[in-house]
Design a protein around this ligand. Structure first.
Ligand code: NZQ
Ligand code: ZN
Length: 388
């Protein structure tokens, strides 16, 4: 096992009726900015619950954070935060609202710095000033409510890039599974796939003797497969299914299973380009890459593919090459079973065109990713050309 330090400062407040606890968790004297998306919280009753809990607080609102939060929108929020002297942020929504809030939290108090440099020049780690924030999660998927990452899109340049900083751990996150009852099946599917791929990025590399992390990762993958049919039931949403769903997504990316082990993240980096270039939803962009990346890297990932196939997907073929084939197929079949396509062509995207564009971008940035740092632009392109 590799050396590591682990730190996660987010308080999780989990369960039915917990939005009411905002009244105690949000500092009483703060000027609060409530940040949300396109309005789903007004349709499902979450907005009323939040406002009711904050009726004794001073609250201003900023709405309209889009899926894949846009830099231009976030700049407007930053301006408002400064103008109105806001000193606490409350994100109510999914990963996009929470990630956008992380960026607002970091950029607003650091006035001398060009906000895009925080991301593109990796300044996030050096910035000490932040506006503290909490979250009310309404879409289980990204783990953003329990981690220190954020992913920001810049539509004018078709870029989508991430940053991380320990300073953007939420102070608290409220996880009330009932907020998920209004989610359409497509978002539930996206959440299941995103969480699955988060575990895979931290697990599907090469063995370093980390029994605890491996077994925890396998447990999360098996839990996602087990709960998927119940989670996808939108006619009669089941509380326990949604509670398990929320908790598994949070656990998939709160940095715990990634300690002391190599990590990959190339699927995410390729996927972010596909979202920026072609508008695929985040999880869609992962499902059209992961199976093909596993295929392309099957020799380097051989030991872990055999372990994963045997333990998680019940693939016990004696002939190892056959077990790896069936394991990769079973991974794609799981995505398809929740209604998620696994090829670029299913989204009407030409794999050759996507490959050329992504290769050019990666080469311009000098990127070489994956657990061995050896997935170049040419490799990303080769992976995408398989996705047909
Ligand atoms: O904007 P509103 O009206 O709220 O609608 C949203 C949005 O259209 C809707 N929604 C959210 N909760 C709902 C609901 N609709 C009905 N009922 C509810 N309870 O769902 C739509 C999608 O929301 P979004 O927040 O975009 O989805 P998600 O949570 O999947 O977040 C995706 C973003 O997170 C980034 C992605 O790249 C993408 O930008 N990620 C962030 C990560 C992190 N911070 O660690 C890791 C991930 O790998 C990912 O990259
Ligand atoms: Zn993801």
């Amino acid at each position: 096992m590799n050396n590591f330090e682990f730190y996660n400062s987010t308080r999780i407040i989990f369960g039915k009726g917990t939005i009411a606890k905002l009244s105690k968790r949000v500092p009483r004297k703060a000027k609060v900015m409530l940040i949300y998306g396109g309005g789903s919280i007004k349709e499902n009753g979450v907005y009323e619950k939040v406002m009711d809990a904050l009726k004794k607080h001073k609250v201003v609102e900023f709405s309209g954070i889009e899926a894949n939060p846009d830099y231009a929108t976030l700049l407007k929020a930053i301006k408002q935060v400064r103008k109105k002297h806001v000193d606490f942020l409350l994100a109510v929504g999914g990963g996009s609202v929470i990630d956008g809030t992380k960026f607002i939290s970091l950029a607003s108090p650091n006035e001398g710095i060009e906000p895009w440099d925080i991301i593109s020049r990796d300044l996030a780690k050096d910035l000490k000033k932040v506006i503290p924030f909490g979250t009310v999660l309404t879409l289980p998927a990204t783990g953003s409510e329990f981690n220190h990452n954020a992913v920001i899109s810049r539509r004018e340049t078709e870029e989508k890039l991430s940053f991380s900083s320990e300073r953007v751990y939420p102070k608290f996150s409220i996880l009330d599974p009932e907020t998920t009852y209004s989610l359409p099946q497509k978002q539930l599917r996206n959440g299941l796939v995103d969480a699955y791929v988060h575990v895979m990025e931290q697990y599907m590399t090469y063995p370093v003797g980390a029994i605890v992390q491996d077994r925890q990762a396998e447990a999360l993958l098996m839990a996602i497969i087990e709960m998927a049919p119940a989670v996808l039931n939108t006619n009669h949403p089941d509380y326990d299914a949604r509670a398990n769903f929320m908790w598994v997504c949070s656990n998939a990316l709160n940095h715990l299973i990634g300690v002391g082990v190599p990590q990959d993240w190339a699927t995410h980096s390729i996927g972010h380009e596909l979202t920026a270039l072609y508008g695929l939803a985040h999880a869609e962009s992962l499902a059209v890459v992961l199976p093909w990346l596993l295929w392309y890297k099957r020799d380097q990932k051989r030991d872990k593919l055999l372990q994963y196939g045997y333990r998680v997907l019940d693939q016990k073929q004696q002939k190892y090459s056959e077990r790896i084939d069936r394991t990769i197929e079973a991974t794609a079949a799981f995505f398809q079973s929740v209604g998620m396509p696994t090829t670029l062509t299913s989204f009407g995207v030409d794999p050759d065109e996507a490959a050329a564009k992504v290769q050019a971008r990666w080469e311009a940035r000098g990127w070489s990713l994956g657990e061995h740092g050896d997935i170049t632009g040419a490799d990303a392109a080769a992976i995408l050309r398989l996705s047909r």
